[in-house]
Design a protein around this ligand. Structure first.
Ligand code: NZQ
Ligand code: ZN
Length: 388
């Protein structure tokens, strides 16, 4: 394996009432706060009032950007950046799920430049600076609360593009599992499918890995498999929500990545699905991941599937390797589609093969996706077809 740098200095306040420290933390970053949130779940839950009170009691001035969409759009980034510039905002506060957090991160970058926000994605414009971002997470899924990534959609061009940039890393994130009690069964399931995928994208690696990191990933996978059904059954189960929340952060804060160089596979394929059809990210991943694993399975890499099946799903290690591998994929499908209750095909969610060729080409940028197994546009199109 390759050497690596691990440097994720996001300060985390974890636990019930974590938000009681919000005012004190915000004060460290200036006087004018832009509160960014989504379609209103924080108003329904009462979190908006709590946050507002924290900001006011800290003697700070609050501005607002509401209505950030799931699969956030570049127009929201533009709108937020405009407010930042006009009002001389000092610090951004994102309150919501991954979409709100991602959008807020890119507002923080766009506020510091004169060019259009989409240039960060279409031209890969430099990200050298950003306003400080603090987050209050309300949905366990993306890990955006503890990483420097953000995914933005441009419906005009059918593009959905994710990008990492160090200045976007949240300074402080507040993780109160009770704030996720109100997340619907569907979003809870999709969130867990997303967490699983973040781990599997790394776990199924080309190179020999650190045993220690594989064990951590297996522990995270087992955590999601154990606690998601509990949260679905009893949405206010603190232990379940807390385990899912902390697992979501650690699945994708670069810790488990170690020195792995290979590209992710299911995420680029999924981003095309949500770019063209605006579907929920975790649902797209749930449909794609088992098909991707089945497509990539070969005598050469069956060992990794065996490790996954035996260590995560407790499959009998004495069975023939290919049988274990097939069984592991079936158990993953069973978890996603039966236990979590997610739709199992693209057809079920109204997607046909109309755009598959173009989506496949875009997913591998016209070349080869160098993930667990090299995938050409032709391979990717076949995987999409397996999902029909
Ligand atoms: O908009 P509101 O009203 O807040 O409602 C949201 C939204 O409708 C709702 N919700 C959130 N918290 C809630 C709640 N409803 C009730 N109670 C609560 N406590 O849930 C819906 C979905 O929210 P969203 O933020 O879209 O979900 P998620 O956290 O799954 O974020 C998905 C986005 O993140 C990107 C995805 O591509 C997608 O655009 N990703 C970001 C990553 C990153 N930054 O590292 C990595 C991921 O792989 C992913 O690509
Ligand atoms: Zn994801």
């Amino acid at each position: 394996m390759n050497g690596f740098i691990y440097n994720v200095p996001t300060k985390i306040h974890f636990g019930e009432n974590a938000v009681s420290h919000l005012g004190d933390e915000l004060k460290n970053y200036g006087k004018k706060v832009l509160l960014c949130y989504g379609g209103g779940s924080i108003k329904k839950s009462g979190l908006y009032d709590t946050v507002k009170e924290q900001i006011e009691n800290a003697g700070l001035e609050m501005f607002e950007l509401s209505g950030i969409e799931p699969n956030p759009r570049v127009d929201s980034v533009r709108e937020g950046a405009k407010i930042c510039k006009e009002q001389n905002i000092d610090v951004l506060l994102a309150v919501g799920g991954g979409s709100t957090l991602d959008c807020t991160k890119w507002i923080a970058a766009a506020a510091k430049v004169e060019h259009d926000a989409w240039d960060f994605f279409s031209d890969w414009a430099d990200v050298t600076d950003a306003l400080p971002v603090l987050t209050v997470l309300t949905l366990s899924a993306t890990g955006s609360e503890m990483n420097c990534g953000g995914v933005i959609s441009n419906p005009e061009t059918n593009d959905k593009i994710g990008r990492l940039a160090k200045p976007l890393l949240p300074k402080v994130s507040f993780l109160d599992p009770t704030l996720t009690y109100s997340v619907s069964k569907y979003q809870t399931a999709c969130g867990s499918a997303d967490i699983l995928s973040h781990i599997l994208e790394v776990y199924f690696a080309r190179e020999q890995d650190l045993y220690m990191l594989d064990c951590v990933m297996e522990g995270l996978l087992k955590t999601v498999i154990k606690y998601t059904p509990v949260a679905l059954q009893k949405p206010d189960d603190y232990e379940a929500r807390a385990n899912l929340m902390w697992a979501s952060s650690w699945a994708i804060n670069t810790f488990v990545t170690g020195g792995k160089q290979h590209e992710w596979s299911c995420h680029p394929l999924e981003h095309e699905l949500s770019a063209f059809y605006d579907i929920t990210h975790g649902l797209g991943l749930a449909i794609l991941t088992p098909r991707f694993l089945r497509y990539c399975l070969s005598d050469k890499n069956v060992g990794k599937y065996v490790q996954f099946g035996v260590n995560v799903f407790d499959i009998d290690k004495n069975l023939p390797p290919m049988e274990i591998a097939q069984k592991a994929i079936e158990m993953l499908e069973n978890f996603l589609f039966n236990t979590l209750g997610l739709s199992s095909t693209l057809t079920e969610i109204g997607i046909n093969d109309e755009h598959f060729a173009l989506m496949a080409k875009k997913a591998c940028e016209g070349a080869t996706l160098q993930g667990f197994v090299d995938l050409t546009a032709e391979d990717i199109e076949k995987i999409y077809r397996m999902c029909l």
